[in-house]
Design a protein. Structure first.
Ligand code: FES
Ligand SMILES: [Fe+2]
Lengths: 116, 307
């Protein structure tokens, strides 16, 4: 393939993920899950649990920007939620700069801590 | 060695979001053998050192978690007797006919107070790839991945763990090997054994019913736990914590997640339990040490992240 027909330098391009309340913000590659990009940069904007779309702890709402998602537990992201931009950050891929709001799943939001 | 009519945890049926990636995880990373993906769409797997046809069933669904945990009992007569005792205690049982899972006989299904479905069965086909019995070598072919020896136990979360434990102890004949209690004596974790293992099932109190905390597989040694940690790092698997050791049951352990977010454990060691052994008790202020003996504390998501 000659240089002239090469696609633009997409793999290295980073999009920005920021939060609606003005906090945080980190880079994310198009093929990277938002939660893993956050961990790679040692940030803690979103709580981390299973990283597989099962536990719901990383639930967010995309308020602006293009994205796609992988499989997520319906228990935490209903069909209606998905239409309103809710997603699990561990199954969320950026397709442009995103603005997110943290929305912990109702069922996952009460930590069952062992205390005295 | 089984000490009751319930021999051991026999199989689990786990829900996964993507069957193909789940098969890669359980077959190539944990090291189970894929018996078949049956026409019903479920994947059946077994560990290399298990005689029975399968011990893990993966069902693709739109939600992760546990469908059922099933225990193998000693005979069809014992199955009838246990079903009768369940019904006498006012527990509704349903019979799943032979063949609903390939190779598995009649099953008795019931729901425990924590919302989980439990099954008993006496009959399952032997695998033609089970351990050798004539001049046996260690294995037919060298184990893969983490080299899991068997599906060992699971830990379930729910509200009325006392009610669920009571069914296991009073009706199914399990003994309580360990318990963790609040200052007012309320159990927050209960470890139950039907044989000589430190636990065959464990229960933790949680605000939501029917949850799966982890599925556990036995490995041969502490060095195999290190090997598992190497594979988790190499394959960018989702690590939870470890390698470390439990105070409760004394197992050496590492926790991680399958691609659908169901927590897995591989462990080795732990003590041998006799049913006349006194129950070991942990107070809630020592819960960190009970669960992670070296760190002596729980990370915040260990008990709250479940499927
Ligand atoms: S971390 Fe569990 S669903 Fe994302
Ligand atoms: Fe365990």
């Amino acid at each position: 393939m000659n240089a002239a027909s090469s696609p633009p330098d997409v793999p290295d391009a980073e999009f920005r993920v920021t939060f609606g309340d003005g906090a945080g913000g980190f880079g994310c590659r198009p093929d990277e899950r938002v939660l893993l990009a956050m961990e790679r940069q040692a940030r803690t904007d979103i709580p981390v649990g299973c990283r597989g779309g099962g536990c719901g702890i990383c639930r967010v709402q995309v308020v602006r920007g293009p994205y796609r998602t992988g499989p997520m537990s319906r228990r935490h992201i209903t069909a209606e939620d998905a239409m309103e931009g809710y997603a699990l950050a561990c199954r969320l891929y950026v397709q442009g700069d995103l603005v997110l709001v943290r929305r912990p799943a109702p069922a996952a939001s009460i930590p069952a801590r062992v205390t005295t | 060695m089984a000490m009751t009519d319930v021999l051991r945890p026999g199989y689990l049926q786990v829900r996964v979001l993507d069957l193909e990636e789940a098969i890669v995880h359980y077959r190539d990373r944990i090291g189970l053998d894929l018996v078949e993906v049956a026409p019903d769409g479920r994947a059946y797997l077994k560990a290399y050192d298990e005689f029975d046809r399968h011990s893990i069933v993966l069902r693709q669904a739109d939600e992760s978690g546990l469908d059922v945990v099933a225990f193998k009992v000693s005979s069809e007569a014992a199955l009838d007797a246990l079903a009768g005792r369940l019904r006498n205690a006012g527990i509704t049982t349903t019979t799943i006919p032979e063949g609903e899972q390939p190779g598995v006989g009649r099953r008795i299904r019931f729901r425990v107070p924590t919302g989980h479905q439990v099954e008993l069965y006496a009959t399952i086909a032997l695998s033609d790839q089970g351990p050798m019995i004539n001049n046996p070598d260690l294995w037919r072919t060298e184990p893969r991945g983490m080299r899991a020896i068997r599906f060992d136990h699971c830990l379930l979360h729910g509200q009325d763990i006392d009610g669920t434990a009571k069914i296991f102890t009073d009706i199914l004949g399990f003994a309580t090997s360990e318990v963790a209690v609040t200052p007012d004596g309320q159990p927050i974790a209960i470890f139950l054994s039907c044989g000589m293992k430190a636990h065959d099932i464990a229960l933790v109190r949680h605000h939501e019913d029917g949850k799966l905390h982890h599925v556990s597989f036995l490995l041969e040694s502490w060095s195999d736990i290190g090997h598992a940690a190497d594979l988790i790092a190499q394959h960018n698997m989702s690590l939870d914590i470890g390698p470390t050791r439990h105070g409760a049951t004394r197992g050496q352990t590492i926790y991680f997640f399958d691609p659908s977010g169901n927590r897995n454990e591989v462990f080795s060691g732990g003590y041998q339990f006799y049913p006349d052994n006194p129950t070991r008790t942990w107070t809630a202020d020592q819960a960190g040490k009970a669960i992670f003996y070296y760190e002596k504390k729980l990370h915040e998501t260990f008990l709250s992240v479940v499927t």
